[in-house]
Design a protein around this ligand. Structure first.
Ligand code: IDP
Ligand code: MG
Length: 137
């Protein structure tokens, strides 16, 4: 089975949409391997979003992802699980996300786009290692 990291971001938990996000993933056929509601600290946010350091939105992104608890999850499927999740998430900018996607159905604003999913197999491995080190490798 092939695993990826998914985060129901603070806005999702605040809006009571964590269950909706889990339900969509499960209905699609993905299985929860791990799930924990946890406040992400600034250092962990910096590791997770290292690729975005130096970008104009970086400070607001870290402020957002650390502001209240997020639901961290590892999900698994038969293959290309990261891609299945990314397709379900929709475009980064919810204004451009297709109807039927999580962002396209449930979000409007860019930063507050409800969900994170790893963007490839290497990212999935790296990010699972950050949030669930016991599951890495
Ligand atoms: P992704 O979440 O779809 O993978 P990334 O490009 O990895 O998108 O960006 C990470 C997060 O940073 C996005 O989900 C969004 O919350 C935020 N973000 C990305 N680009 C912008 C931007 O141009 N302005 C404000 N926030 C942004
Ligand atoms: Mg990304």
């Amino acid at each position: 089975m092939d695993r990826t990291l998914v985060i129901a971001k603070p806005d999702a938990v605040e809006r009571g949409l964590a269950g909706e996000i889990i339900a969509r993933l499960e209905r699609r056929g993905l299985r929860l391997v791990a799930a924990e509601l946890r406040s992400i600290d600034a250092e962990t946010a910096g590791r997770h979003y290292a690729e975005h350091q130096g970008k104009p939105f970086y400070a607001s992104l870290v402020e957002f992802i650390t502001r209240s608890p997020a639901l961290l999850m590892v999900v698994e499927g038969p293959g290309d699980t990261w891609k299945v999740v990314r397709t379900m998430m929709g475009a980064t900018n919810p204004k451009e996300a297709a109807p039927g996607t999580i962002r396209g159905d449930l979000a409007i604003e860019m930063t507050e786009n409800l969900v994170h999913g790893s963007d490839g197999p290497e990212s999935a491995e790296r990010e699972i290692g950050i949030f669930f080190p016991a599951l890495a490798g």
